[in-house]
Design a protein around this ligand. Structure first.
Ligand SMILES: C[S@@+](CC[C@H](N)C(=O)[O-])C[C@H]1O[C@@H](n2cnc3c(N)ncnc32)[C@H](O)[C@@H]1O
Length: 378
């Protein structure tokens, strides 16, 4: 297919929209941002399935089939669906993957909608497609063409998913443990920290190894472990799927054990602390781990990026180190009904304390998107 510019919709974990947008901007050819709103980044870029499939921080990608439209009634929704260019979408997608049937499915995401709940919206869209006879509309499973209907209050946008699996799917992920994070969240944490080539990543609460796997895919050196033998087994399985030589990296460790922190003092600490209800930590952040984390936040310390449901504790530790800590950036994420906080602690270097461009970048990437922000035309 010729080098065509296409309008696309990138779906993101709530709170990671700006990090996703940065990745799109940095990696896609002929990229132009159209708008950024909660969970959705709209943009134009050259049609490049290979570049799309390499995106790490975006949950999924669709070809935009209609401009976002204000819709308040079922009839208006029917009119929108009746005019969607389904055949054109099929032609474009077929240049990325074979469409082996004429099945169409509908996936709805809805927030504060007057059109009813997701099932009600799905039923109206599916019924309209059936009347159009544009394919066999299937319920409860994904057809070869999947329409994603995204409803944010009164604004409806519709896209056709580019790939048959969502972008957050990772082929390395063969085993998971309770509390495992979405790979796109791990990828976003790493992007936020912008490690230099060769900078090692350390995750002492590695669980099934999602952060370590994403770091390994960036060819960064990794180290880490977990208290639970089941977690170690899962992490080894996943890392082995990336490179068999990595399967020996995670070891059974107790993160309360100070030598672990000393041994990895120069690495970037990127981790996801045990979530309160999900995974118990034998003794909390007030104990040895808090002390070790505090020492990590000393002058000249390597960066710290933590995903936690108890950011107050991390904050308290940072405040106790106020002479060493230059800046703390926080952003709330929305994942599977939880609202964990991403906390990045930046420490002063030996020379001074002026906020660096790195610090400004992190602050702007964690800035919350509340309402649609439009850029350029669109
Ligand atoms: C939220 S989970 C991490 C999940 C991981 N990011 C993933 O994607 O699978 C937290 C992990 O901390 C581990 N953990 C709890 N206490 C620990 C300790 N004292 N030392 C090391 N690991 C510990 C738990 O076994 C659990 O796997």
């Amino acid at each position: 297919m010729a080098y065509v510019v296409t309008r696309l919709a990138a779906y993101s974990v709530r709170g990671l929209e700006r990090i996703g947008e940065e990745e799109l901007r940095d990696t896609l050819p002929a990229y132009t941002l159209l708008s950024i709103s909660p969970k959705l980044v709209r943009f134009e870029s050259a049609w490049d399935p290979r570049a799309f499939s390499a995106l790490r921080t975006i949950d999924d990608l669709g070809i935009e089939l209609a401009d976002p439209t204000t819709i308040t009634t079922d009839d208006e929704l029917r009119t929108l669906i009746a005019e969607l260019p389904i055949d054109t979408a099929r032609q474009i997608i077929e240049s990325a993957r074979p469409l082996d049937s004429d099945e169409i499915s509908v996936t709805v995401t809805a927030r504060s909608s007057q059109l009813g709940n997701q099932a009600a919206i799905q039923a109206v869209v599916a019924d309209t497609l059936r009347q159009r006879k544009v394919g066999l509309v299937v319920d409860g499973r994904r057809g070869s063409l999947d329409l994603r209907v995204f409803v944010d209050a009164e604004t409806v946008s519709v896209s056709a998913r580019v790939f048959d699996k969502p972008l957050f799917h990772r082929s390395y992920r063969r085993a998971v443990v309770v509390g495992a994070i979405r790979p796109t969240v791990a990828a976003a944490m790493l992007r936020l920290m912008s490690p230099k080539p060769g900078q090692s990543i350390w995750d002492p609460f590695c669980g099934s190894g999602t952060i370590l796997c994403e770091a390994a895919l960036l060819h960064l050196p990794i180290a880490g472990g977990d208290y639970s033998p089941d977690a170690i087994a899962a992490a080894r399985t996943n890392l082995e799927a990336i490179d068999p030589r990595l399967s020996t990296v995670p070891n059974q460790i107790d993160a309360r054990n100070t030598p672990q922190w000393r041994a990895n003092v120069d690495s970037l600490l990127v981790t996801n602390l045990p979530w309160n209800q999900q995974v118990r930590i034998t003794r909390g952040l007030n104990g040895e781990i808090g002390d070790a984390l505090g020492r990590r936040m000393s002058v000249g310390g390597a960066g710290v990026c933590i995903l936690t449901t108890r950011p107050d504790r991390v904050m308290r530790i940072a405040q106790q180190r106020s002479t060493a800590v230059l800046d703390v950036h926080q952003g709330n994420l929305g994942v599977l009904g939880q609202v964990p906080t991403l906390t990045v602690v930046e420490t002063r270097d030996a020379e001074g304390s002026t906020p660096s461009s790195r610090s400004r970048r992190i602050a702007s990437l964690l800035q919350r998107v509340e309402t649609p922000e439009y850029a350029g035309r669109g």
